[in-house]
Design a protein around this ligand. Structure first.
Ligand code: GLU
Length: 482
């Protein structure tokens, strides 16, 4: 059997971390079995679906490396297929027109609430006579189409993550709407639980891998598979992603869409690696770093947890920093340039490239996220930097002015500055001015980098020197000394 799985995102928002993690598990499962991963955009909710969300979802999946083998298919282009299936159910007597008005449904719910009962449709139009139907039609009522759900049914399946799951028919809310209101003879807009089954049957999906929030839908969908005489797929409901506090992850937790993670400077390989660990662990549980392809070799549902997976920022940051620390300077430069541009730095892509690569090499080992590069390197780009309080305190120390003046003099006399000559200048200043090396270094750090902490001092100096900023900075600093 060829394994076929699918991701079925609704384009009603940007690619959410939960959907992306579902995509990861689908992808891993497909690749593990040499199967196919299909992408289907569930855009039947016309009011809430937007093309820019579809684009965001496709871009996010591509960025993460979650390549798909077929699609993207769009449900709005497949309406004939759904109408055909609804006709089949109507013909078989498994679906019917329901003429209840919104007001009637509302009062039904209110009465149930008053009796402390769960809201449900009471199937009152299931067996209308042709005369009753004609009367409703004469009133101008537009019917929905409902699929019959027997209260007495028991629905079970063996979930690949959750084991045996059982639902009772009478917990499913009564006969379910599968198509919105439309004049009799036409078929209104078909709804999620129905079209998802028609598509999964048509696309020969063998395994339905999706979030745990769909468990109740699965019970209804199983009844639809039966009604449509289709082979039953396997189901795997993956645990939800929880906030660090253990609640369902929501917009209030801040970043939840993949494009936001991207903007914040997470790397696709680090985020994909992290999402793999959200609910799954490799057989060697100490192994934390791997590519998707490596994870696919070992992936199986026996190692997917039932319990919700807490989102752990520290772990994600740690993984991201691991990937960043090893990244060659040229790729890092490519990734950092947009951040520097966004910060307003005018870069000459050609001329500045070697300098930018040196900057990337300087900071690569200290980065946990790409966006940290901007505050970390501001002193290299901006001529008029304010000195930090700590730097000013250092500049006011005794001996600092002497040290900086001596360095400035030495600089004006040397033509080329390299690592060795910079070290030599420091050595000479220590000797001729009879100062402690620590003081000279601290003074230089304060003056050149405008702060007391930051990347390597000598390398920073050389980079400033290449842009003629070192003497300028030393002079501004001298003005603050006492
Ligand atoms: N469109 C549904 C969603 O985004 C798909 C659920 C499913 O995988 O069946 O939640």
């Amino acid at each position: 059997m060829v394994i076929r799985v699918r991701l079925a995102p609704s384009p009603t928002g940007n690619l959410h971390i939960g959907t992306a993690r579902t995509a990861v598990f689908n992808w891993l499962f497909a690749r593990h079995h040499g199967g196919q991963f299909i992408l289907r955009v569930e855009d039947t909710d016309l009011e809430r679906s937007r093309p820019e969300y579809t684009q965001n979802i496709l871009d996010g999946l591509t960025w993460l490396g979650l390549t798909w083998d077929e699609g993207p298919f769009f449900q709005t282009e497949r309406l004939d297929l759904y109408r055909q299936a609804i006709k089949t159910l109507l013909d078989k007597g498994l679906a019917y027109h329901c003429y209840c008005s919104e007001a009637e449904l509302e009062s039904m719910r209110a009465e149930q609430e008053a009796r402390n009962e769960a809201p449900r449709y009471d199937n009152r139009h299931r067996n209308l006579t042709p005369e009753q139907q004609a009367a409703f039609q004469a009133e101008g009522r537009l019917p929905v189409i409902r699929f019959k759900i027997e209260d007495s049914r028991e629905i079970s399946w063996t979930d690949l993550v959750r084991g045996k799951v059982t639902w009772r028919g009478n917990d499913l809310g009564g006969d379910m709407v599968i198509a919105r209101r439309a004049p009799v003879g036409e078929i209104g807009q078909p709804l999620y639980n129905f079209v998802v089954v028609v598509d999964d049957i048509d696309m020969k999906i063998t395994h339905i891998i999706r979030g745990e929030d769909h468990v109740a839908n699965t019970a209804k969908q199983i009844l639809l598979y039966e009604a449509l005489d289709a082979a039953m797929p396997e189901f795997a409901h993956t645990p939800l992603i929880l906030s660090p506090a253990g609640k369902k992850l929501s917009k209030r937790d801040g970043v939840t869409s993949i494009s936001d993670f991207q903007k914040m400077g997470y790397l696709p390989e680090a985020l994909a690696n992290y999402m793999t660990l959200l609910g799954w662990s490799p057989p060697d549980a100490t192994q934390e770093r791997f590519t998707l392809t490596e994870a696919a070799k070992q992936f199986g549902f026996e190692r997917v947890n039932k319990a919700g997976a807490k989102f752990d920022w520290d772990k994600l940051n740690w993984l991201n920093s691991q990937y960043l620390h090893e990244m060659p300077a040229d790729r890092l430069t490519d990734l950092l340039i947009p951040y520097w541009q966004e910060a307003g730095y005018k870069l000459d892509a050609e001329g500045d490239r070697p300098w930018l690569e040196q900057v990337s090499a300087l900071i690569g080992a200290s980065l946990a996220r790409l966006d940290e590069a901007v505050p970390m390197t501001r002193y290299l780009f901006e001529p008029d930097m304010q000195f930090s309080e700590a730097a000013v305190t250092q500049l006011r120390q005794e001996g600092t002015a002497t040290a900086l003046q001596a360095v400035l003099t030495a600089l004006s006399e040397s033509i080329d500055l390299g690592e060795a000559s910079a070290q030599e200048i420091i050595k000479q200043v220590v000797k001729t001015e009879n100062l402690k090396k620590g003081l000279v270094m601290r003074s230089l750090r304060a003056a050149l980098t405008t702060d007391m902490q930051g990347p390597d001092l000598i390398q920073s100096w050389l980079l400033l020197h290449q842009h003629n900023l070192d003497q300028l900075r030393l002079k501004s600093a001298l003005a603050l000394t006492v």
